[in-house]
Design a protein around this ligand. Structure first.
Ligand SMILES: C[S@@+](CC[C@H](N)C(=O)[O-])C[C@H]1O[C@@H](n2cnc3c(N)ncnc32)[C@H](O)[C@@H]1O
Length: 236
């Protein structure tokens, strides 16, 4: 048990994992609803140096779309997630695909203890926003210890790239992009729940946290609506 796990003030990462991520029905439908864009992500990671010798940690891996894609081109991938039901889906896929180099660990940003040599890449998509900002800063510092100097953090999340004065207009416009019909996948209510109950933050708050943790942000791409950001950060 790590020191932080013994602390009574420690955040419960399972409770903060997001209602839907603990719901077995949601987990079983996740891959139909969400395309994690793994082929493009893999191409980027290869441009950044990913190869057959690379070791990767995918944190907040969920059903492991990225985990499975990267496993076929690297030496080792550790998929970390707090949600047992998301990991059940991933476990079934790993056992069906007979990939020998995938390890699955039920743990979180604040508790995962990396075994073996430091990773070359840490990957995280749509997961860090489950932590409030104070905990994001601690999580990023922990990620920095997982990855070797010169290694890469690829972070893709809902990150608000606008001024607080624009929040109402920007967020209303985002919610209006989806319908109320669950047959179409994600709904307007899902976005409202995200804004209300989860912890996406402003880019101008997150970026100093990334840099302060010992990463240099080499590249950032913001979506035009100011809702999503994708970072490539190098461990220094
Ligand atoms: C929206 S899913 C994203 C899954 C996957 N990364 C993808 O891009 O498809 C968010 C995942 O983050 C996980 N998660 C939430 N809080 C976490 C934490 N503190 N540590 C690790 N994983 C967490 C959830 O259980 C869920 O599987």
């Amino acid at each position: 048990m790590s020191k932080t796990e013994r602390c009574h003030w420690m955040l419960d990462e399972v409770k903060s994992a997001g209602r839907e991520n603990l719901d077995a029905d949601h987990a079983s439908e996740y891959d139909v609803k969400e395309d994690a864009g793994v082929m493009e992500e893999l191409a980027l990671m290869k441009r950044l140096g990913l190869n057959r010798q690379s070791e990767v940690v995918d944190i907040g891996a969920g059903t492991g779309q990225f985990t499975l894609a990267v496993a076929s081109v690297c030496a080792r991938v550790v998929a970390v997630d707090v949600s047992p039901v998301m990991l059940d889906v991933l476990k079934a896929k790993v056992s069906a695909s007979h990939l020998p180099n995938v390890e699955i660990v039920q743990s979180g940003f604040l508790t995962y203890e990396h075994q073996g040599k430091q990773a070359d890449f840490v990957y995280s998509r749509y997961a860090l926003h489950h932590l409030p900002d104070f905990w994001k800063a601690l999580a990023l510092q922990r990620l920095r210890h997982i990855v070797r100097i010169g290694g890469v953090l690829r972070l893709w999340d809902v990150v608000y790239n606008f001024d607080p004065s624009e929040a109402e207009d920007r967020l209303d416009a985002w919610c209006a992009t989806l319908s109320d019909n669950p047959k179409n996948g994600w709904t307007r209510a899902d976005l409202e729940e995200h804004i209300r109950d989860e912890h996406s933050t402003f880019a101008w708050l997150l970026e100093p946290m990334i840099e302060r943790s010992g990463f240099h942000i080499e590249n950032v791409g913001y979506s035009r609506d100011g809702i999503f950001a994708r970072y490539v950060a190098r461990a220094i």
